[in-house]
Design a protein around this ligand. Structure first.
Ligand code: F6R
Length: 260
């Protein structure tokens, strides 16, 4: 696992945006895994800038969302599918149908989840998966206690996560209780995991995920089981990392050709 401590979220967005542009240059039909929420927005803004500058085309790229609120249609203004349409899709050139999210309105939820897993597999798996982390250590919407081998399924959000996400809804009571999320096992199959975390509120969760024991109580700690993980954090989010000086030293002396 590589931890990169950046000066500010925008620097993180530029770094990860460059890694995505490099991936798409190598593999124009790359498969991206997209996270929603605040953390990846700097990456999406960077990609929009690079698309406008003609640095990258997403015409051959496909993408899969990590999760969706149960009961929200893709068109719903608070759905994650709509969030990605607004924050990324409308600024770049994905082909129609190239971006998919889990079916959160299916009459048969398990069948919808199985179909989503099959679609990811049929696309050849995810090349680069963007992740945020919840203050309780969740990745995707795999709350503490989620099996580290879990697959796409319905989950119940903790009240803590519902409170954290209430800023996207008129009130706390409007935040759905249920979500459909890729499992920890699904996420771990992506070839490169890139976790973004900014701000002091994330410092404890980042330290527990990166340096704590691997435990279902901190789903983000499952990243320690993956061979290619980049954790991109700003100084406040890095505040509880015991090995921060080592991470800085490693990054400062990394050969420039290596990328993330
Ligand atoms: C969103 C997701 C969540 C968020 C996490 C952090 O698709 O899967 O795990 O990444 O809740 O959210 P922010 O970035 O809003 O702090």
């Amino acid at each position: 696992m590589e931890v990169v401590i950046v000066a500010d979220p925008e620097a993180g967005g530029t770094l990860v945006g460059q890694a995505i542009v490099d991936l798409v240059a190598r593999r124009p039909d790359a498969v991206l895994g997209l996270a929603t929420g605040s953390s990846p927005v700097v990456v999406y803004r960077d990609l929009a800038r690079r698309r406008a500058a003609g640095e990258v085309s997403f015409a051959g790229v496909r993408a899969f969302l990590l999760d969706e609120y149960a009961g929200l249609t893709p068109e719903h203004p608070r759905s994650y599918r709509r969030f990605i349409a607004e924050e990324l899709e409308r600024h770049v050139d994905f082909r129609p149908g190239a971006v998919r999210g889990p079916d959160a309105v299916s009459a048969d939820v398990p069948a919808g989840c199985a179909a989503y897993e099959a679609a990811i597999a049929a696309a050849g798996g995810v090349d680069l998966q963007l992740l945020g982390i919840g203050t309780d250590g969740h990745i995707g919407f795999n709350e503490p206690g989620s099996s580290l081998a879990s697959r796409t399924r319905i989950k119940t959000l903790t009240d803590r996560t519902r409170r954290d996400n209430a800023r996207f809804f008129p009130s706390f009571d409007d935040v759905p209780r249920h979500v459909v999320t890729q499992g920890v096992g699904t996420i771990l199959e992506a070839r490169h995991l890139v976790l973004l975390a900014f701000g002091a509120a994330k410092a404890d969760a980042v330290a527990r995920a990166v340096e704590g024991p691997v435990t279902a109580m901190v789903p983000g700690s499952a990243l320690q089981l993956h061979p290619h993980v980049s954790v991109v954090v700003d100084e406040p989010a890095a505040a509880c990392l015991a090995l921060a000086p080592y991470y800085r030293e490693t990054w400062a002396h990394k050969p420039p050709w290596q990328g993330l």
